[in-house]
Design a protein around this ligand. Structure first.
Ligand code: HEM
Length: 182
């Protein structure tokens, strides 16, 4: 059986603060990204066109978009993209990003689809970062913030599974041990 791990005690917003520390996201990097927020907003519409073209081209992902207001979704994903450049990666930011993950959990969307969409998000973000006065540092900072977002999005899925399993087996510690497959 796996031993207990300190990371098992980290919950909710604390996961972001832990990851910010793990990834050494510095105040200078946050400031570099903040300078690019306007540029990110300008490129948002092009990003979401490519994003939803991709999702509509594949029947298994298009199915989730039937009957959904696409105007609203374009706006929300543009806001999400601009948010990567907000410059303040604190608990409130973590909570907002976690809720977005939870919304996808609730629609029964397999996590592989949002993760695969990084293929669209990454180049747009890097294009924005390349307009910085310090392009290499801005690209590196953007990659960190995007990795943080993926980690939080994924955490929403894991938390949900863990919570249900814990309810079923009568405790989180046992649930975590079961999930090790040992
Ligand atoms: C990088 C990946 C993704 C990001 C950043 C993203 C972002 C968002 C955001 C910001 C919202 C609005 C949440 C809110 O109401 O506050 C949303 C909603 C939604 N997303 Fe995504 N999304 C991603 C991937 C996907 C994929 C792959 C699908 C489907 C194939 C999808 C389907 C939906 C649907 C159906 C909603 C509306 C849910 C509802 O209001 O009931 N998303 N997404």
């Amino acid at each position: 059986m796996a031993q207990d791990r300190a990371s098992w005690q980290i919950k909710d917003e604390a996961t972001l603060l832990e990851l910010v520390a793990l990834m050494n996201l510095s105040p200078d990097e946050a400031a570099l990204l903040k300078d690019l927020e306007g540029e990110a907003r300008e490129r948002g519409p092009a990003l979401t066109r490519t994003f939803y073209d991709r999702l509509f081209a594949h029947p298994n992902t298009a199915e989730y978009l039937q009957g959904v207001s696409m105007d609203r979704l374009h706006g929300m994903v543009q806001e999400w993209f601009a948010g990567l450049f907000c410059g303040q990666y604190d608990e409130a930011y973590a909570r907002r990003r976690m809720v977005i993950g939870q919304i996808h959990v609730k629609i029964g969307l397999p996590v592989r689809y949002p993760i695969a969409m990084l293929d669209v998000v990454m180049p747009f973000g890097e294009q924005v970062a390349r307009t910085s006065h310090a392009p290499d540092a801005a690209v590196a900072a953007f990659r960190k913030v995007l990795a943080l977002d993926v980690a939080i999005f994924n955490q929403a899925y894991e938390d949900n599974q863990l919570q249900h399993l814990a309810e079923l087996v009568g405790g989180e510690r046992l649930a975590r041990r079961l999930l090790t497959g040992a």
